[in-house]
Each structure stands twice: as structure tokens, then as C-alpha cells.
Design a protein around this ligand. Structure first.
Ligand SMILES: NC(=O)c1ccc[n+]([C@@H]2O[C@H](COP(=O)([O-])OP(=O)(O)OC[C@H]3O[C@@H](n4cnc5c(N)ncnc54)[C@H](OP(=O)(O)O)[C@@H]3O)[C@@H](O)[C@H]2O)c1
Length: 244
């Protein structure tokens, strides 16, 4: 039986609530939850509030992330950042993490299915790039409340597939409407046919599972890690930690 860990959650929106719901089933005690009111600009992350906390999970919004990372690093707590739309400031985050000696895992997508989709996408890009009759493209669709576009997942897909096509730009199209569950497609289109690799979310639980897996993994570690790196050992460890 894995050791019980004391968890803090920053951001109590759709994802924060899903993490809070799942955490007790995955061996975490939720000791602290802070939404924007309790934590404006990261001000709620104090040594007093974080006393006894083993690890923190952050799902807030792009403009809040850097302040939260600084505050959590200042109290010496390791953390998982699930918020998207801020990765252009990754170098700043790296400096904070490395100078404070904490451990942090981040990802645009904590779903294990999406992580495997990334690997497929890279392989598919290499295969299709050898045949110039096929044009590559990416599409993504989400509910109307999602703040960033293109999604962090689409940007990561683009980063992975673009090198195979060199100077042929891989276009990315985004849709925000209604309650559409997160959907990402990598397509290859020719005059004769279309090939599509697609991932569709069924619920937010997959993200919470991955974030809690990362939270347990990062305890006792130092440095900045992407979720893809920590999963690269293969699926067995991740699946058993998720209890599935
Ligand atoms: N990596 C992944 O796997 C993954 C999966 C799903 C979503 N996401 C990302 O995670 C983020 C959150 O998604 P969501 O659907 O949960 O959004 P949401 O429902 O809008 O929740 C975000 C919450 O964070 C709060 N907040 C803002 N600033 C804060 C701060 N400084 N301290 C504490 N709380 C703060 C917001 O409060 P107010 O609304 O009152 O401002 C809101 O309650 C988004 O960036 C989304 O794209 C990532």
C-alpha cells in the first residue's frame, strides 16, 4: 500500500474539483484547496498554509501560473502544473524551480491516452513526410469556456510533427463552442484519400489520474520534468499507480 500524501490544490474550477474528488481514492489526503479568492497573485501560498503539505497540484489559468510557481517554490513544496497557455514562459519557470531546489512536473495534457497519441503522431508524421502527395494538418475543438487557443495539446502535437515536414508548414485550426469535449486530430490529406489519427476526451478523470500520478512521482525529486519524460519507462508503472 502506497504511503498517504498530503495534497494542496490551487484552482478549484472544473479540474481542481475533479482532482479533489479522485485524490482520496488514490492515496492522497486533500489538506488545502485554494481558489482565486484565497490566493490572489499566489498570496495564499504561505509557509503557515503549506505546513505538512507533501505536494501541490495547480489547475488555474495562464496568467496565474508563474506567480503560483514562485510562491510554491518559495515555501519549498514540490508541484504539478496542469494549467495550459503559459509554456512560452517555461524558461522563467525553470529558473525558479532550479534556484529553489524543488521538483515540478508540467504538461499540456495529463491524459495517458494523449501521451501515447503524441508518440503515434511523431511516427505517423515520419511515415507521411516521405510521401509529398499528403498534406499534414492539425485540428482541435473544445468547449466554449476554454481560454487558450490553439490548445496546449495542439501546440505540442505541432512541435512533435513539424520537424518531419521541414519547410512545409503544418496548419493548426481551433474551434471553441458549446460543450465539445477536448478533441484533437492529426490528418494527412491527398487527392485520393484522408488518414486521421484522433483523440477524444470522454471526461476530465483521465487528466486528474495523470496529474495525481505525477504528484506522487515528483515527491522527493528535484528539477523540472515534462509528464512525457516521466512516462517514458512505459505504461505499467503509471497504470498500477492509478489503480486501474
Ligand atoms: N494539463 C491537462 O491535462 C489539462 C486538462 C484540462 C484542463 N487543463 C487546463 O487547466 C486549467 C484549468 O482548467 P479548468 O477547466 O479547471 O478551468 P476553470 O474551471 O476555469 O478553473 C480554473 C480555476 O482557477 C481559479 N484561479 C484563477 N487564478 C487563481 C489563483 N491565483 N489561485 C487559485 N485559483 C485561481 C479560477 O477562479 P476564477 O474563475 O474565480 O477566476 C477557477 O476557479 C486551464 O488552463 C486548462 O486549459 C489542463
Amino acid at each position: 500500500m502506497a504511503e498517504n500524501l498530503n495534497l494542496a490544490i490551487l484552482g478549484y474550477g472544473k479540474m481542481g474539483r475533479t482532482v479533489a474528488q479522485l485524490a482520496p481514492q488514490r492515496g492522497f489526503e486533500v489538506r488545502l484547496i485554494m481558489d482565486i479568492d484565497a490566493n490572489p497573485g499566489g498570496a495564499g501560498v504561505t509557509p503557515e498554509n503549506f505546513k505538512g503539505i507533501d505536494v501541490c497540484v495547480e489547475f488555474t489559468e495562464p496568467k496565474a501560473v508563474l506567480a503560483n510557481i514562485r510562491s510554491v517554490a518559495a515555501v519549498g513544496c514540490n508541484l504539478v502544473v496542469g494549467t495550459t497557455g503559459w509554456h512560452d514562459r517555461l524558461d522563467e519557470a525553470r529558473k525558479v524551480v532550479e534556484s529553489s531546489g524543488i521538483g515540478m512536473v508540467y504538461a499540456a495534457n495529463f491524459s495517458i491516452g494523449v501521451q501515447l497519441f503524441y508518440r503515434l503522431a511523431r511516427q505517423a508524421a515520419e511515415m507521411f513526410a516521405a510521401f509529398p502527395t499528403y498534406d499534414p494538418y492539425l485540428t482541435e475543438a473544445h468547449h466554449k469556456f476554454k481560454k487558450d487557443a490553439p490548445s496546449g495539446t495542439a501546440l505540442e502535437l505541432k512541435r512533435l510533427v513539424q520537424p518531419a515536414f521541414r519547410d512545409r508548414e503544418v496548419p493548426v485550426a481551433s474551434v471553441r463552442a458549446g460543450s465539445i469535449p477536448g478533441t484533437h486530430e492529426l490528418g494527412f490529406d491527398s487527392e485520393a484519400d484522408t488518414v486521421i489519427v484522433r483523440h477524444t476526451d470522454r471526461s476530465r478523470q483521465g487528466f486528474a489520474e495523470g496529474a495525481l500520478y505525477a504528484a506522487r512521482w515528483v515527491v522527493g525529486k528535484k528539477g523540472l520534468f515534462n509528464f512525457a519524460d516521466i512516462l517514458s519507462h512505459g505504461g505499467t508503472e503509471a497504470q498500477s499507480a492509478e489503480g486501474t
